[in-house]
Design a protein around this ligand. Structure first.
Ligand SMILES: C[S@@+](CC[C@H](N)C(=O)[O-])C[C@H]1O[C@@H](n2cnc3c(N)ncnc32)[C@H](O)[C@@H]1O
Length: 223
């Protein structure tokens, strides 16, 4: 594939199914994957909003297989997941070829719900492909997560909590992929740090939100 063709996968949001989109990509062109996929918990917010594909796992293994293929050898992926679906997620990550090399806790100042305990954290695994090198200065595996407000997406992640991950695991000028982009928070983090970004999102409204956000912050950077 020519450099021009590879450029077709930089700084763009694709609206549609990310499994199909990734299948059309060359192997090994992504430097870092930062993704917050559906949690498989049939999410319904207090305001009634839902998340597409949160009610079935048909996409899970195909999606992580493709993520592993498009990631460069020695690259990292950070994937959020739901603690009560860890069996499904871990099986998919390992079947795809990923090696779990870290577990990151995002400490929230609020509870997303309260049942047997007050649920005040989010979690993600750091996954490696192949011969990943140790970082010179490892980041802590506990990161503060302020409330995003969920104004642009029902499960919107705050950009501030994602910045350290992009900084640590994507080299300057590298390409960050989020195949479950939602409102584009991970891509905004990549853009803020001068990395290239590639987003995929099934939902038309969220894909449009992400495109607007990236265009807005892109203009701010250029100004
Ligand atoms: C947990 S949300 C991501 C929210 C995002 N982190 C943010 O800050 O806005 C997961 C997203 O994956 C999308 N999605 C579900 N299945 C998909 C698929 N097959 N291809 C692309 N996007 C998909 C959903 O529409 C949803 O917006």
């Amino acid at each position: 594939m020519t450099d021009n063709a590879k450029g077709a996968f930089r700084n763009v949001i694709f609206q549609g199914d990310s499994v199909a989109r990734m299948r059309a990509m060359p192997s090994g062109i992504v430097d870092f994957i930062l993704t917050d996929p559906p949690y498989l918990v049939n999410y319904r917010g207090r305001d009634g909003r839902t998340v597409r594909n949160d009610d079935n796992a048909a996409w899970l293994r195909p999606a992580f297989n493709q993520m592993h293929r498009v990631l460069k050898d020695g690259g990292f992926a950070v994937s959020f997941y739901a603690w009560n679906r860890i069996d499904l997620f871990m099986a998919a990550w390992k079947a795809a070829g990923f090696r779990p090399v870290g577990h990151i806790i995002f400490r929230k100042s609020y509870a997303s719900s309260s049942r047997f305990v007050r649920y005040t954290h989010e979690a993600a695994y750091l996954l490696a492909k192949g011969d990943a090198k140790l970082p010179h200065q490892p980041i802590p595996d506990v990161i503060d997560m302020p409330y995003s407000g969920n104004r642009m997406h029902p499960t919107q992640k705050p950009v501030a909590a994602l910045l350290p991950l992009v900084h640590a695991f994507c080299p300057p000028g590298g390409l960050v992929l989020d195949p479950f982009a939602g409102s584009g928070s991970s891509l905004v983090a990549a853009q803020h740090l001068g990395r290239d970004w590639l987003g995929m999102e099934l939902d038309e409204v969220h894909a449009a939100t992400a495109s607007r956000r990236l265009a807005y912050w892109g203009e701010k950077r250029a100004a």
